[in-house]
Design a binder for this molecule. Sequence first.
Ligand code: KIV
Length: 268
Amino acid sequence: MNARKPVTLHRLREMHAAGEKIAMLTCYDAAFARVLDEAGIDVLLIGDSLGMVLKGQATTLAVSMEEMAYHTGCVARGNRSAWVISDMPFGSYQESPQLAFHNAARLMSQGAQMVKLEGGSWTAPIVRFLTERGIPVCAHLGFTPQSVNALGGYRVQGRDEAAARALKADAGQLVEAGAAMLLLEMIPAALAQELTNATPVPVIGIGAGSGCSGQVLVLHDMLGLTQGTAFRFVRNFLDGSASIDLAVRQYVADVKSGRFPDNTLHGF
Ligand code: KIV
């Protein structure tokens, strides 16, 4: 029996302000949604990483709106209390705010409570359009997997001073446009810490060190199912745990206590 109160955007904002860490994992189906929710995960992300982990594709680029809507519905039906974010797949928002609204509304009708989209200040008009129409937006900055070809592979972002400055400017403009959450992927820990301290909304990190308001990992990675070599910032929580439930509870406990991630293993 899950007695937890539903996690709301207001609660996530309070956690950010109080320095209480937010534990987030990706999730793609109802069975895992139930396990993760009951283990105390605050936020479930239906990531377009499903193209890689479920479909075996090399990138996230071929994930469709149909697939995102289907998996969002599955997760929403298995979940009771966690906040649910759904990724806007490649091609579903870049063209215009109107197209973005049409597709985001589809995800919201399947049970998403917020949508996530990738990109810097060029997405600000889209963020504003969605936010003004009642759709909370998480802005994904740093390494943005849908731009893997333009970025020249899986590379750390924001390393030099100019890149760090640009990233900070992007974050400021997106929050000003209404983004209710930021997600920072593969950036230096010091930069992520600085951005988190300066931002009024929760900042979730993946490969961004321990200074963010919360952490996210791809579910299959934290269960040791990574295909190929895992990034250094990934930890296999199933290793040494007797069950998936206990592995997820350990992840929640380690994020909340600050034991995960370990900045000495961050590497950048
Ligand atoms: O698609 C996804 O799983 C993501 C995470 C890597 C944050 O965007």
